[in-house]
Design a binder for this molecule. Structure first.
Ligand SMILES: [Zn+2]
Length: 180
């Protein structure tokens, strides 16, 4: 990075997001860069090894500082989503695990193992269901169409059964309206 001005975090975050329409009035902004084992996006804040959680970065960029002791949680229950309208502050300690998870993502990011077995199952389901094109599926998961094609044809990930992608979990506090 010597001598190269680093582009603003907001620009780098936005270009790693794809819009995925779910059943809410605003779409999920799915992070397609390096992800932790739990599916949280990880993005460099500047400086070597300084990865931060993408949806926390999104909150800070679009909403404001995160008070000490609070976590940024998902209404849409989709860990890679960075749409600030789908995020809220809470105290859920379960979310502690993403703090350490990004360190692991930084080690794994060049190994090419971008997909989890669950995601492969979902891709296999979507390719057989036929509602989305290979390109649309590739965009949703942040991978190339050849990867989708190989999963569809059974050339890779042999034995992973199709899994219907889960809808977002219901939530009680509702700043985002469901689509009708
Ligand atoms: Zn979302």
């Amino acid at each position: 990075m010597r001598g190269i001005p680093r582009r603003p975090l907001k620009d780098r975050l936005m270009e790693k997001l794809v819009v995925v329409q779910r059943e809410y009035e605003t779409p999920c902004w799915k992070f397609i860069g390096a992800r932790s084992s739990k599916g949280y996006g990880c993005i460099g804040r500047g400086g070597q090894g300084n990865l931060v959680v993408a949806h926390r970065a999104s909150w800070e960029l679009f909403v404001g500082p995160i008070p000490d002791g609070l976590f940024v949680l998902h209404h849409c229950n989709r860990p890679p989503c960075c749409n600030p309208q789908h995020l809220y502050l809470g105290t859920n300690q379960d979310n502690m695990d993403f703090m350490v998870a990004c360190g692991r993502a930084s080690r794994d990011r060049f190994r090419g193992a971008k997909l989890t077995e669950l995601e492969v199952g979902e891709i296999r389901f979507l390719t057989t269901e036929g509602q989305l094109t290979l390109q649309e599926i590739a965009d949703e998961y942040g991978i190339g169409t050849s990867v989708v094609s190989n999963i569809k044809l059974g050339n890779t990930w042999i034995g992973v059964e199709p899994i219907e992608p889960a809808p977002p979990a219901p939530f009680t506090d509702e700043p985002i309206a469901r689509r009708v």
